[in-house]
Design a protein. Structure first.
Length: 157
């Protein structure tokens, strides 16, 4: 997929549109490139990165963008007590606590998960089972490129 460096341009374009007018949480800032793009349309962006080296680069990239807050550390710890958010972007390939992600998302808000291999069965795939089958969500898996899929889910309640 992306190797964790940043979302691909097709995904960046998608989340930039979906972020319009929303308060956004990005789980996995990497080097801050996607957060900078989200800030162009979002009301606010809180982005969290665990890796100190990436945080240093992201801090420089995001310097002066007033509607972005960069936090360092575990996303769930850093975002505890914040939100809910209109868009939660689960960026990258790490395992996620999907109940925690859902709790960060406001009713009617969106969850976006990228870096998925297309054409995989839902059964046995923790990400797809939660996002595509949980009754609290309405979701669709879409192709960003022939090699990469994205799930966009809307929180119903």
């Amino acid at each position: 997929m992306t190797g964790g460096a940043t979302a691909i341009p097709e995904v960046q374009a998608l989340v930039r549109v979906l972020a319009t007018g929303r308060d956004v949480a990005e789980l996995g800032a990497a080097y801050g490139e996607t957060a900078a793009l989200l800030a162009e349309t979002a009301r606010s962006v809180v982005t969290v990165e665990l890796d100190p080296g990436r945080v240093a680069v992201a801090r420089e990239r995001l310097r002066g963008i007033v509607n972005v807050e960069l936090l360092e550390g575990d996303a769930y710890e850093q975002l505890r007590g914040r939100g809910p958010f209109g868009l939660v972007f689960a960026d990258g390939g790490r395992p996620y606590d999907w109940e925690a992600v859902l709790a960060l998302t406001e009713p009617g808000g969106l969850i976006v998960k990228d870096d998925l291999s297309p054409g995989r069965p839902v059964e046995g795939d923790v990400v797809r089972e939660f996002l595509l089958r949980d009754r609290r969500l309405a979701a669709a898996e879409i192709l960003a490129t022939p090699e990469l899929a994205v799930i966009v889910a809307s929180r119903l309640r």
